[in-house]
Design a protein around this ligand. Structure first.
Ligand code: AHM
Ligand code: MG
Length: 339
C-alpha cells in the first residue's frame, strides 16, 4: 500500500532533514482542513451549501456560501496548533492573528479556501490553495502584521493545493519536488499516489479565457495566434485548448500531462495588474510548477521574484511547460526591445 501523508512527512523529517516538526504539523492540519472542506463540498444541495450570500469579499466579489464555510473550517483547523503566528485569506480583508488563547509559532499561512468557486454550483472541480512563509525573526513577543506577509514567493517554505474533483487529491511541495496524495475515503487518510510529479517540458495544450482576447497584450495575442495557426503556421503542430475557470483544476492538468496556463494582465481597468492574487494563488502555484520543472512568469519577470506591496494584490500569471513559458518570455522580451 502507498505511504500515508503522515509516513511521508515523518520520512522527510528524518532522512532528508527537510522539515521541522512544526512544519510537519502544519501540513497535517492543512490536509485535515482540506478533507473537511471536501466533505462539505460533496454534500452539495443536500447540505444546503450551494449558492451565494448577500456579502462581498474584499475584492468586491459576491461570496458563495462555501467560500465563507471553507474559510471558517480552514481557520478553525489551523489556528490552535501553536505553529502559526497568523493566517490570511482571499475571504478576509485583513490578517487573522492567532487568538491569544492559543500558543503562537513562527509560520504564516495564506490561503484561498475555494478557488474557482463559480464552479461549485455546476458541480465542477474546485480547490483550496495554500502558501507557507516564515515570519520575520523578531516575531516572538509581538503581534504579526500585514507587512510580515509581504515576502516574495521565493521565500515560501511550503505550498500546495487540494483539488476536489472525481478524486480528492492533495499536491504539496516542501521545496524539494512535488508530491501528490489521493484521499482514501475508506481509510480516511491521504495516500502518496503521485511521487515526484514533473511537468512535461513540451506541450501542445494551452489554457486561456479566450473571451478576453481583444484586451490582451501583443505578446499573448501573438503566442495564441501561433498556436491557433497549428500545422498551417510556424509551430508546425496543432494545439488543443482547455479552460476550466478553476486555476487549481487547470494547474493540476498541467502538472499531470503538461500545458501552459495564461491569465495575463490586460487592458481592462480591472485587470491591468492581472486577475489572480499574488500571495495565495500565483505564488504557491508558481512554486509547485517550478519545483516540478516548469516555468512561471508574469510576462516580464519570474513570479516568485515579485516583491509584494499588498496582501490582496493581483498579478499577471503565465505558467506551465518550460519550453512554452520560455517562448512566451521571449515574445515579451522582443516587445520590450521594440518599445
Ligand atoms: P476565485 O478565487 O474568486 O474563484 O477566482 C480565481 C479563478 C481562477 O481559479 C480561474 O483561473 C479564474 O478565476 C477564472 O477567471 P474567469 O472567470 O475570468 O475565466
Ligand atoms: Mg481563487
Amino acid at each position: 500500500m502507498q505511504n500515508s501523508l503522515t509516513q511521508f512527512l515523518i520520512e522527510q523529517q528524518r532522512s532528508e532533514q527537510l522539515i521541522e516538526p512544526e512544519l510537519r504539523l502544519l501540513v497535517e492540519l492543512v490536509a485535515r482542513a482540506c478533507k473537511r472542506i471536501g466533505h462539505v463540498i460533496s454534500k452539495g444541495a443536500l447540505g444546503d451549501v450551494l449558492g451565494s450570500l448577500e456579502s462581498e469579499n474584499v475584492q468586491g466579489e459576491v461570496q458563495k456560501k462555501l467560500d465563507v464555510i471553507a474559510n471558517e473550517i480552514f481557520l478553525e483547523a489551523n489556528e490552535w496548533g501553536g505553529h502559526l503566528a497568523a493566517l490570511a485569506s482571499e475571504e478576509m480583508e485583513t490578517i487573522h492573528p492567532v487568538p491569544n488563547r492559543y500558543p503562537k509559532g513562527e509560520y504564516l499561512i495564506l490561503f484561498d479556501p475555494i478557488d474557482g468557486s463559480s464552479n461549485v454550483d455546476v458541480n465542477l472541480s474546485v480547490g483550496t490553495i495554500f502558501s507557507v512563509l516564515k515570519a520575520p525573526d523578531d516575531i516572538s513577543g509581538r503581534d504579526a502584521s500585514e507587512a510580515d506577509f509581504l515576502q516574495p514567493g521565493n521565500r515560501q517554505v511550503a505550498a500546495g493545493y487540494a483539488i476536489y474533483g472525481p478524486q480528492t487529491q492533495l499536491v504539496i511541495t516542501l521545496g524539494r519536488g512535488v508530491f501528490g496524495f489521493t484521499l482514501d475515503r475508506e481509510m480516511g487518510s491521504w495516500r502518496l499516489t503521485h511521487p515526484d510529479m514533473r511537468v512535461p517540458t513540451k506541450t501542445t495544450e494551452y489554457a486561456i479565457n479566450a473571451s478576453n482576447a481583444r484586451h490582451w497584450d501583443e505578446p499573448v495575442r501573438q503566442y495564441i495566434e501561433d498556436c491557433l495557426a497549428g500545422t498551417d503556421g510556424g509551430r508546425e503542430s496543432d494545439f488543443n485548448m482547455r479552460w476550466t475557470a478553476s486555476m487549481v483544476a487547470d494547474v493540476h492538468r498541467i502538472l499531470t500531462r503538461g500545458g501552459v496556463f495564461l491569465y495575463p494582465s490586460d487592458s481592462r481597468p480591472s485587470v491591468t495588474e492581472g486577475k489572480l492574487r499574488l500571495l495565495y494563488e500565483a505564488n504557491p502555484m508558481a512554486m509547485l510548477i517550478e519545483q516540478a520543472g516548469g516555468g512561471a512568469i508574469t510576462g516580464d519577470q519570474r513570479i516568485l521574484d515579485v516583491q509584494p506591496i499588498g496582501l490582496h494584490q493581483r498579478v499577471s500569471v503565465i505558467l506551465g511547460s518550460a519550453d512554452e513559458v520560455s517562448r512566451i518570455s521571449k515574445l515579451y522580451e522582443a516587445a520590450r526591445i521594440d518599445l
